[in-house]
Write a protein that binds this ligand. Structure first.
Ligand code: G
Ligand code: MN
Length: 267
C-alpha cells in the first residue's frame, strides 16, 4: 500500500471500452436567470476496473495517445443518447453534451457515424451537443467546415470546453460555427480571490457574448460564484453548488427535487 499505481496500459483500456466498462456520469447545467435545468454534461467514468475507480484525467490521455479516443467518444455518445431517450420518455427534456476529440471532428464521415448512432437509439437530433476542449482547438488541426456545417444542419450544437486554459487562437473562435463557450472552472474559482482572474473571466464573457455565443461558467461551487458570474452576464452555470456528476438513474430525482433545493440554496 502507498506505492505508486501502475499506469493504465492500452490493452486494459481497450478491453474496458470493448465491454462498455466506461460509463457517462451526468452533471446538470442550469439557466442562471430562470434557475431551470436545461441539460447535462456527460463525463466519462471508469468506476469498476480491476484496481478500483480510474479517473478520466488518467485514462483520457491514454486513449488519445493510443488511438482509442474515437471509440471511447462513440461509446459515451451511445450511452448518453440512450439515457436522454429514457429521460424523454419520463417527460424530461434535457440536452446532453458529449466530449469529442478533434481527431473525431476532423473525419469527414463523423456526422454520418453520429447520425447512424442516433438513428439506432431511435431518438431525434435536437438534444445532442458536442464539446471540444480549447486545448484541442488550439492545435494545428482545423476541423473541416463541412463537418461542422453538417452537424449544425442536424441541430447538433457545438461548445468550446475549458476555455481560458490555453492561449487561444482567436481566429478559430471567429471563424468556426460554435454555439457555446464554457469558461474553465479554474477562472471561476480563482475569481473569488483574484481580481486579475475576475478581469479575465469578465472579458471572456463579454467577448463570447459579442460573438453571439451562449456562455457557461463551469466550477460554480458557492452562491458567491453564482452571483459573480450572473452579474458578469453568464447564461448557464454548472458545478458542485448545483450538483455533482451522478449516474443516469439519479437524474430524474435530482430534477424533481431541484426547486426545493433552490429554496434552501437561495433562501
Ligand atoms: O475542467 P473539466 O471540464 O476538465 O472538469 C471536469 C471534471 O471536473 C469532472 O470530472 C467533474 O467531476 C469535475 N467538476 C465538475 N464540477 C466541479 C466543481 O464545481 N468543482 C470542482 N473542483 N470540480 C468539478
Ligand atoms: Mn469541461
Amino acid at each position: 500500500a502507498g506505492g505508486q499505481m501502475a499506469p493504465v496500459g492500452p490493452e486494459m483500456l481497450e478491453q474496458a471500452i470493448a465491454k462498455g466498462a466506461i460509463v457517462p456520469w451526468f452533471q446538470p447545467k442550469v439557466n442562471i436567470a430562470s434557475k431551470q435545468p436545461v441539460g447535462v454534461d456527460a463525463l466519462a467514468r471508469w468506476p469498476q476496473s480491476d484496481r478500483g475507480p480510474i479517473y478520466p484525467d488518467v485514462f483520457i490521455p491514454v486513449a488519445e495517445e493510443y488511438g482509442l479516443i474515437d471509440r471511447l467518444t462513440f461509446l459515451m455518445a451511445e450511452q448518453a443518447v440512450a439515457s436522454s431517450e429514457q429521460w424523454r420518455k419520463q417527460g424530461l427534456d434535457l440536452s446532453v453534451a458529449v466530449n469529442v476529440a478533434m481527431e473525431s471532428l476532423c473525419q469527414l464521415d463523423f456526422p454520418e457515424r453520429l447520425e447512424a448512432l442516433i438513428a439506432r437509439a431511435g431518438s431525434g437530433y435536437g438534444g445532442l451537443q458536442l464539446e471540444v476542449t480549447e486545448s484541442q482547438l488550439m492545435a494545428d488541426l482545423v476541423p473541416p467546415l463541412e463537418v461542422l456545417l453538417r452537424l449544425r444542419l442536424r441541430k447538433i450544437r457545438l461548445s468550446i470546453d475549458d476555455f481560458g486554459t490555453r492561449h487561444s487562437n482567436l481566429s478559430q473562435l471567429r471563424d468556426l460555427p460554435f454555439d457555446e463557450l464554457k469558461l474553465d472552472r479554474s477562472y471561476v474559482t480563482e475569481a473569488a480571490d483574484s481580481g486579475r482572474s475576475a478581469a479575465i473571466l469578465e472579458s471572456s464573457i463579454a467577448m463570447a457574448k459579442g460573438l453571439g455565443l451562449s456562455v457557461v461558467a463551469e466550477g460554480v461551487e458557492t452562491l458567491e460564484d453564482w452571483r459573480r458570474v450572473e452579474q458578469m452576464g453568464c447564461d448557464l452555470v454548472q458545478g458542485y453548488f448545483i450538483a455533482r456528476p451522478m449516474p443516469a438513474s439519479a437524474i430524474p430525482d435530482w430534477i424533481r427535487f431541484w426547486p426545493e433545493r433552490c429554496d434552501i440554496l437561495f433562501d
